[in-house]
Design a protein around this ligand. Structure first.
Ligand code: GUN
Ligand code: ZN
Length: 415
């Protein structure tokens, strides 16, 4: 980790459009970053420029945004015990139960944040475990590493081993205390109310989650409509609800500050209400393939005006790489017979993610006034934009980022 030796970066840029899912390729740009870590100018390099390329062979993009992943699943990534419900019982809950131990949580938090930075992620929506201590440790490590994140204790009061269960009062108190210490810290960290999913929470708990989010204007994250057995048991647990989304709506958990992971098996009515409420779908196709959950109809979601971001969903997802997830999203879009262009997917993984997670005024564009988050990725020279984006997303043997920069500071790699 070091300050950039020069506050001028030279390189090839993929510049996202601020609001539309497309990019402009700038083959040779000069980027100036001021002492506060903000872009002060971004221009084509003059023909006689004698500043060397900062990362030769790289293309520069805004940092990746991972809209959905689980810190306490870092060490069980790749556990092939799906589908969802047996995987939770067999692989996830025993591992998450270990996070009451501060030193274990510290070790895993270092691995977790390092893995995100290595893959170029600069902003993420993260689930902790249900333990306040692990969540405190996670905030400390995110803060140290300069990352941007929304996170919070996971609320769950049923359907898991006792070590993971918290009463509503405990989850609420833990969340309120995190809000006091961490919410808004350095303009990078936010507390997110995190009811695991309806099967893990009774009605009283979901009600309290909605109330605390409303009281403090907090973001909410949960899971929605991932797996057919989950849908069946959820309908049995909430017999009064008209559909799955209605369970969360009834408790004030669905609005423009809600991130709903998966959304694979929704009805027409649920899609229309998600669009109307401005909620964000975290599309996690690598996880969906690994757990055999199904394919979220991405083209349909975008066509209905639903806000979408991409998530690794580590550790059901097998990678911290948003490039890899974008490739899975492409595969999933072909499976459902409605291909989504790689350029759109790369935009969702960067600028679209920043907008979806409420950081669109701060990050996601390489332009004056935005905070200087960027990632340098190795890519073949001389390619036009479409083959360049294909190379970035679909060459799985490519290595990690050459550098990951947040607010002008190199947080991974060299430069
Ligand atoms: N639904 C409830 N908890 C989880 C989780 O940890 N991962 C996934 N993929 N789905 C969930
Ligand atoms: Zn998840």
């Amino acid at each position: 980790m070091s300050d950039l030796p020069l506050r001028v970066v030279r390189g090839r840029l993929l510049q996202p459009h601020p609001t539309e899912p497309r990019f402009t390729l700038v083959p040779d740009a000069l980027v100036r970053i001021d002492a506060a870590g903000t872009f002060s100018s971004v221009e084509p390099a003059p023909p006689d420029c004698d500043i060397p390329e900062t990362w030769p062979g790289a293309v520069l993009l805004p940092g990746f945004v991972d809209a959905h992943l689980h810190f306490p699943q870092t060490e069980i990534l790749g556990s092939a015990s799906g589908p969802l419900l047996p995987w939770l019982q067999t692989s996830v809950f025993p591992e998450e139960s270990r996070f009451g131990d501060r030193s274990y949580a510290e070790r895993v938090a270092a691995t977790f944040c390092g893995a995100m930075l290595r893959q170029g992620t600069t902003l993420a929506g993260i689930y902790s475990s249900s333990h306040p201590i692990a969540t405190e440790v996670l905030f400390e490590e995110l803060d140290r590493r300069g990352l941007r994140a929304l996170t919070g204790v996971t609320w769950m009061n049923r359907g898991a081993p006792p070590a993971l269960l918290r009463g509503t009062g405990e989850a609420l108190a833990a969340t309120e205390s995190l809000v006091e210490r961490w919410d808004g810290r350095d303009g990078r960290l936010r507390v997110c109310v995190t009811p695991r999913f309806a099967l893990s929470c009774d009605a009283e708990m979901l009600r309290a989650a909605g109330e605390v989010a409303g009281r403090h204007g907090l973001w909410v994250q949960t899971h929605l409509s991932e797996n057919p057995d989950e849908l069946k048991f959820t309908a049995e647990a909430y017999p009064g609800a008209s559909d799955y989304l209605a369970i969360y709506e009834d408790f004030g958990l669905v609005n423009e500050r809600s991130i709903l992971a998966h959304c694979i098996h929704l009805s027409d009515g649920e899609w229309a209400r998600l669009a109307a409420r401005g909620a964000v779908v975290a599309h996690c196709p690598d996880s969906n393939f690994f757990l055999g959950s199904g394919c979220m109809p991405l083209a349909r979601a975008l066509g209905e005006g639903v806000r979408v971001a991409l998530g690794t969903d580590v550790g059901a997802g097998r990678t911290f790489s948003l490039r890899r997830v974008a490739a899975s999203a492409y595969d999933a879009s072909l499976v459902v017979g409605a291909p989504v262009a790689p350029e759109v997917l790369l935009w969702l993984a960067t600028r679209g993610g920043a907008l979806a997670l409420g950081a669109g005024d701060q990050v996601g564009c390489l332009a004056p006034g935005y905070e200087a988050d960027l990632v340098a990725i190795e890519a073949p020279d001389g390619l036009a934009m479409t083959p360049l984006i294909d190379a970035l997303l679909f060459r799985h043997d490519a290595g990690p980022a050459l550098a990951t920069v947040i607010r002008g500071r190199v947080r991974w790699g060299h430069g």
